[in-house]
Design a protein around this ligand. Structure first.
Ligand SMILES: NC(=O)c1ccc[n+]([C@@H]2O[C@H](COP(=O)([O-])OP(=O)(O)OC[C@H]3O[C@@H](n4cnc5c(N)ncnc54)[C@H](OP(=O)(O)O)[C@@H]3O)[C@@H](O)[C@H]2O)c1
Length: 249
C-alpha cells in the first residue's frame, strides 16, 4: 500500500482515479481548491504531499481564458515540482492530451500544458506522462460550446478524433501508481476513429440535445484552426476497450 496524492482528485477523472486507488488498497488523498489546496498559489501543497510517495496530477484550470491558463500551468508546475522535491516524491504521474506536443503553437491550452510539462521534465522529479484523447464525457461539452450558425446547428472543426472513456483513462493512471516512472510520455485512445462532428452529435443526442452537428473547416477547436488528423494518436498508442456506443447505452 502506498500513500498517493491525487491533485485534481475532486474532478471527473480524479474521482475515478481515487476510487480505483482505494479499491486497490492504497491510501489516496484528493488535493484541489475544494480541499484547501491551490497549485497556483501553492497554498496547502506541502501538507497535501506529506508522506506521499506518488502524485497523480489530473488537475485542470477552472477557465479556458488563455492568459489564466498560461499562468495556471506555469505556476502549477513550478509549485508542484518544488513541493514534490521537498516531500521526496518518487513518481509523478501527469495526465495530458494527445497533440499537446505537436500543436502547442496553435491551441492556447496545449501551449500552456506543454510549457508545464517542460518544467516537470526539468524538475528532477521522476515522472510518467499519459496523453489521452478526448474523453467520451467531453463530447457533449464540445457541442455545448460550439458556435451555432444561422440555423439551429452546432459547428465543430472538420477533424477526426479517437475518443476514450474516462474510466479507461482512470484505470491506466491508477495502474501507473504501482509502476516505475517511464521518464517519457505514452498515448492512450479509444478503439474507434470518427469525425468530430459524429462524436459530438452522438453525445449531444444522448443528453436530449437534437441539434445537427456540422463539420466546418473554419470552426475553431479551443481557439485554433486545426488540421484534420491533428488530434489523432500515433501508431504506438495504447487502445482502450470501451466503445462509444456501449458507453452511451
Ligand atoms: N477533456 C478531455 O477530453 C481531456 C482529454 C485529454 C486530457 N485531458 C486532461 O485531463 C485532466 C482532467 O480533466 P477533468 O475533465 O477530470 O477535469 P475537471 O473535472 O475539470 O477537474 C479538474 C480538477 O482540477 C482541480 N483544480 C482546478 N484548479 C486547481 C488549482 N488551482 N489547484 C489544484 N487543483 C485545481 C479541480 O478542483 P475543484 O474541484 O476544487 O475545482 C478539479 O479537481 C486535465 O488535465 C485535462 O487537460 C482532458
Amino acid at each position: 500500500m502506498a500513500r498517493i496524492t491525487v491533485v485534481g482528485g475532486t474532478g471527473l477523472i480524479g474521482g475515478k482515479v481515487m476510487a480505483r486507488l482505494r479499491s486497490a488498497g492504497h491510501e489516496a488523498r484528493a488535493a484541489s481548491p475544494s480541499t484547501g489546496v491551490d497549485l497556483v498559489t501553492g497554498e496547502g501543497l506541502d501538507d497535501a504531499l506529506a508522506g506521499s510517495s506518488v502524485v497523480i496530477d489530473v488537475s485542470k484550470p477552472r477557465t479556458y481564458d488563455p492568459d489564466a491558463v498560461s499562468r495556471h500551468f506555469d505556476r502549477a508546475a513550478r509549485n508542484l515540482a518544488g513541493a514534490e522535491t521537498r516531500a521526496g516524491v518518487i513518481h509523478h504521474v501527469a495526465l495530458s492530451a494527445v497533440g499537446t506536443e505537436r500543436v502547442p503553437q496553435s491551441i492556447p491550452f496545449y501551449r500552456a500544458k506543454a510549457h508545464g510539462e517542460a518544467i516537470l521534465r526539468d524538475s528532477g522529479v521522476p515522472f510518467s506522462i499519459v496523453r489521452a484523447t478526448q474523453f467520451f464525457e467531453f463530447g457533449a461539452q464540445i457541442g455545448a460550446q460550439a458556435r451555432t450558425g444561422g440555423t439551429d446547428d452546432a459547428r465543430v472543426a472538420d477533424a477526426e478524433v479517437q475518443p476514450i472513456a474516462g474510466d479507461d483513462v482512470a484505470a491506466v493512471l491508477a495502474g501507473l501508481a504501482d509502476e516505475a516512472p517511464s521518464g517519457g510520455a505514452a498515448e492512450i485512445a479509444g478503439p474507434d476513429i470518427m469525425p468530430l462532428a459524429d462524436f459530438v452529435s452522438r453525445c449531444l443526442a444522448a443528453t436530449g440535445d437534437g441539434r445537427t452537428v456540422v463539420a466546418d473547416p473554419g470552426a475553431l477547436y479551443f481557439g485554433a484552426v486545426i488540421e484534420r488528423d491533428e488530434l489523432l494518436p500515433g501508431d504506438d498508442a495504447w487502445i482502450a476497450p470501451t466503445r462509444l456506443g456501449e458507453w452511451l447505452a
